[in-house]
Design a protein around this ligand. Structure first.
Ligand code: SF4
Ligand code: SF4
Length: 181
């Protein structure tokens, strides 16, 4: 059953100013280090939840943060023309999607999603923003009234991805084993 109710929500935003981005990828490094277990123990930008997209002439850099996982590739796509150049239709897409390797954990294949660097105690600002010394990323928070809908949790999504890769039974068996440990 779907539940709708109003509540005030803190919306966290990262404002991207592409005119200031120099493509240094410090944001990718900081994000991947923060999400390593234990934190900061290694750097692997393939695990980053932010990806700096650049064209072959390196005259535009667009940092993209990983968004929601999507099960199927979309059949309606956007084409981008910027300064007379046409960009690949998936270039600026933030989704972790089965049709490409972007925003996937390299070992497990699990989808990666920006979590705004949630941690306890909370950070003053997300790692990528902190690492960007060129001012291309700015962090802002605002209050917004939202209709809340029940959404699928990360565990449910992770289960679906693993079940697709290894089969439902294997994953169920693994979950049962883990719950007994
Ligand atoms: S750290 Fe800042 S300047 Fe460097 S690539 Fe990331 S957004 Fe661009
Ligand atoms: S906000 Fe945090 S999790 Fe999201 S892209 Fe930036 S560093 Fe990564």
């Amino acid at each position: 059953m779907e539940r709708n109710e109003k509540r005030v929500k803190t919306v966290k935003e990262i404002i991207v100013d592409t005119s200031k981005c120099v493509g240094c990828r410090a944001c990718e490094i900081a994000c991947s280090a923060f999400h390593t277990i234990p934190k900061y123990s290694s750097v692997n930008t393939a695990r980053s939840r932010i990806m700096v997209v650049m064209d072959e002439f390196r005259d535009i850099f667009v940092p993209i943060r990983a968004g929601q996982y999507t099960q199927a590739e979309c059949n309606g796509r956007n084409r981008y023309m910027i300064d007379g150049k046409e960009y690949d239709e998936c270039t600026f897409c933030p989704a972790s999607c089965p049709s490409r390797s972007a925003f996937r954990e390299p070992d497990s294949g699990l989808p990666l999603k920006c979590d705004m660097c949630e941690s306890d105690p909370p950070l003053e600002k997300p790692m990528c923003v902190d690492a960007c010394t060129f001012g291309a990323l700015t962090y802002e928070e605002r209050e917004e009234e939202k209709a809340e809908q029940e959404t699928r949790g990360d565990i449910e999504i992770a289960f679906e991805v693993l079940a697709k890769k290894y089969g439902k039974k294997k994953v169920m068996d693994a979950f049962t084993r883990l719950s007994k440990d």
